[in-house]
Design a protein around this ligand. Sequence first.
Ligand code: FES
Length: 368
Amino acid sequence: MSDSTPSTNDILAKIRAQKAAAAGTAPAAETPAESATPAPPEAPTAPAAAPAGTADILASIRSKAGAAPAAAPAAKAPAAAAKPAAAPGGTADILASIRGGGAPAAAKPAAAPGGTSDILASIRGGGAQAAAAKPAAATAAPAKPAADPGATAGMSPAEMIRAARSAAGGAGKTAPAVALPSKPLAGRVTAAAADVPRRSVLSTVISALCTPIVLAWTSFAATTAASTLALARFMMPNVLVEPPTKFKIGPPTDYAPGTVSTKWQAQFNIWVVNNTVDGVSCIYALSTVCTHLGCTPNWLEGEQKFKCPCHGSGFYKSGINFEGPAPRPLERVGLRLSEDGMLEVDKSIKFQRELGQWANPSSFVGVG
Ligand code: FES
């Protein structure tokens, strides 16, 4: 392709020069195209009187097209022989005849220009032979017409535009596939650069995940231990811790005659009394349980009586009831003088006066 696009005047001048040269030198049977359009009678005079304008050129073409059927051999241009009846009358017909006539039928389909611009471009590019040779070159490298200046040499503008469009379309399809990998690669590089912070984040996450697991296992272990202890306690017998029923309360001299000792009330629930009952001076131990409903009476030293705070029952120093709802006297517990001279109490034995049990020697220790 030439560096500068020839103008329409240049093209017309070139056509005029070609027509003039063909009229003067070219024989009628050199090429099929020329044989299909034999030199008109006015061709010899063309060099001397070249067409002055586009109208002259078109008129010349029309006259050639009209004369071609009569002069063309029937064996050389069978395709052109079918067109004499339709002599071009207008510019459109002339262009149509250029598109369809002159060139060999085998070369037309690929090289036939599609529009006026294509026809002009083919004329600028050097004729039908160049147009027939270009498609092969254009299809040989369809993907890089715009990128390879050498591949566009000899191509018409329309072909160059078509090749550029196909290349742009192909580039539009393949560009994402080429451009996309660069971003993930950059992301990988960034992630590799931030490897240390990522490790710290992972360690933090792992620690956060492990903490609940440790707490869960700790809770499970504590629950299991508590359950085991509870089961062991359940398997053991329940033991009621009570004070012994037999115990020593000291020598008889610790209890003066006519006195009531409350020393063992809190510890053993007994009063120790040194008194004379039924003419017998003795020491005995009274239970602190009221015979009404089981409350604990209080010893009133000033009144010399046991007074129950619940319902007001009163008992003498001897333990005999005299007021209130108590139905019977207080009970005595077993008492004896042990081998070591100590008074020994046995709470497992009860003595009731209404039953005549206070006369039992095991219910008192005689003194004096
Ligand atoms: Fe002692 Fe009722 S319990 S008087």
